[in-house]
Structures are given as C-alpha cells and as structure tokens.
Design a protein around this ligand. Structure first.
Ligand SMILES: [Zn+2]
Length: 279
C-alpha cells in the first residue's frame, strides 16, 4: 500500500511530466503540422516576404508545418488598438519559424505571447550605476524578454520582411534573442546542445565580435550592422539578420562566421538565389 502511495505521489507526476507530456506534445504537434497550409496564408507570404519566394520547395514545406504549430501555440496581442490580422500572425510566425524549421525544433519554449504595437513604441530601461538604478524611456522596434513576451512594431516588422537584402529584419533579430535566451541568459550563446558545433561557437563568434568592435572604432564599412558591436547578444541577433538577408556577402567576407551559423540553423541561404544586385 505504501509503495502505491509513493508511486502516486512521487513517481507518477515525474513520469507524466518527463515522459507522457513530451509524447503528448509531439503527437499534438505532428497532428497540427499535417493540416493543410491555408492558401490565403501562402498568398500573404508570397506577396509580403520576398525571401519566401527563394526558399527551396522542401524547406517551404517544413516552414509551413512550423508556422501551423507556432500559431496553434503562441498568442498574439495587439497594443494601442492594433487589430491582429492573419497578415500580422502569418508574416511574423513565418520569419520566426525560418530560424527553427530545420533545427530540432523547440518552438521557442519560453515564449507564450507576441505583443504587437502599430509602430515604434516606448520602452522603460533600468540601468544600475554606482549602486543607484536609473530609469529612462527609449524608442524601440522590438524587444525580447528572458521570461516575458516578445514585443514588436508591426510597421518595422512589415518593412523588415519587404526588404530582403538590407540585413535589417526586426522579427528575425528578436527571435534570435529568444533562441539565445532559452538558457535563461542573454549572452550571445544560444542553447546549442541540440545541434551544431558548440566547441567552435565561442572562438568564432568571439573573433567576429571583436572584429566588428574594432571596425566600428575605425569607422570601417562592414557587412554586419555595427549595432552588433554593442554586446555579444546583439552580435548574434545582428549576425542572424545578415545570415538570412545578406548570405552571399557574409559568406564572402566572413566565411568562418557564415559556416558556424549555417551549422546552427542547419541551412545554407547563400544557395537560395539572392539577387546579384544585392551584393
Ligand atoms: Zn537586440
């Protein structure tokens, strides 16, 4: 009798949490991913996101499946009166899912809600200096919190998708932060245990980050946006934007970094037919 009580109170919850729950989630996701991808969603992507047109057919299929699961699991909330439409949900989800659809997907496990503002929003910043904390407000296009929601400006998200060659994509930037923050830290080292060459991460990213810091000081022209020189976490987010939007340039100028990211995302965007004029 005592053994049964021990089983019911201790072992059963552990079994449910670590065995039954993941199996159930996997089963549910497979069922959702097999549903047909709505045609109007495909039209939205074809119309508003030129990168989508470049994707190999097999990758498009994986992306569709990931978008279906993402939208079944994440909530969107419009701020300042913004009405959440299919366009907002699908365009955001597709750009977010491109980062994970060829990986052993975890669907941004800490993220539950995407808050969407119509345009740039104010964000409260708290900084500690000499024992005192200072609060200030800054304009933002996007924000990703370690244990909170992901916040985006719809205006910036739409424009980021519409120009596929400028290396500026706020949705990819913020979702790269989410990947980084999966291990509860925002340090430019994402959870790499599921895929990729972890031992190469620190030396390659460290060198590339320092090169960008130096280039910024010397005011040199760089493929990566110099905002990436402000912090290693920003460097990873900025490098992700360029990896998907300026793959040929990144590959030519920083092959080591390109190769590392290609391993991490398990993709090779330089082969997707970036417009020659965009180099
Ligand atoms: Zn950032």
């Amino acid at each position: 009798m005592e053994r049964w009580i021990l089983f019911l109170t201790l072992i059963l919850p552990i079994l449910v949490w670590f065995v039954v729950r993941p199996l159930w989630i996997g089963f549910r996701r497979n069922r959702i991913a097999r549903q047909p991808f709505p045609q109007n969603w495909q039209h939205i992507l074809e119309r508003d996101w030129p990168i989508y047109q470049r994707l190999p057919k097999e990758l498009k299929h994986k992306l569709h499946q990931a978008v279906l699961v993402f939208l079944a699991e994440k909530k969107f909330e419009g701020k300042k009166g913004l009405e959440i439409t299919d366009e907002i949900k699908v365009l955001t989800a597709a750009q977010a899912c491109l980062l994970i659809c060829n990986r052993k997907s975890r669907y941004y496990p800490k993220l539950q809600t995407v808050l969407m503002y119509p345009s740039t929003f104010f964000s409260k910043q708290t900084r500690s200096q000499e024992g005192a904390s200072h609060e200030s407000y800054v304009y933002r296009h996007g924000e990703s919190w370690v244990n909170g929601p992901l916040v985006l400006s719809w205006d910036a998200s739409r424009k980021g998708a519409a120009n596929p060659n400028d290396g500026h994509n706020v949705v990819m930037h913020e979702f790269a932060h989410q990947l980084d923050q999966e291990d509860h830290r925002s340090d430019g080292v994402p959870n790499y245990q599921f895929q990729g060459n972890y031992s190469a991460w620190a030396p390659v990213m460290g060198r590339a980050y320092q090169n960008l810091v130096q280039a910024k000081k010397k005011r040199q022209k760089t493929v990566l946006d110099k905002y990436g020189a402000t912090h290693p976490a920003e460097f990873f987010a900025v490098a992700t934007e360029s990896f998907f939007e300026k793959p040929l340039q990144l590959w030519k100028h920083q092959p080591e970094l390109y190769k590392l990211l290609a391993g991490f995302f398990a993709m090779d965007p330089k082969g997707w037919g970036e417009k020659p004029g965009s180099e």
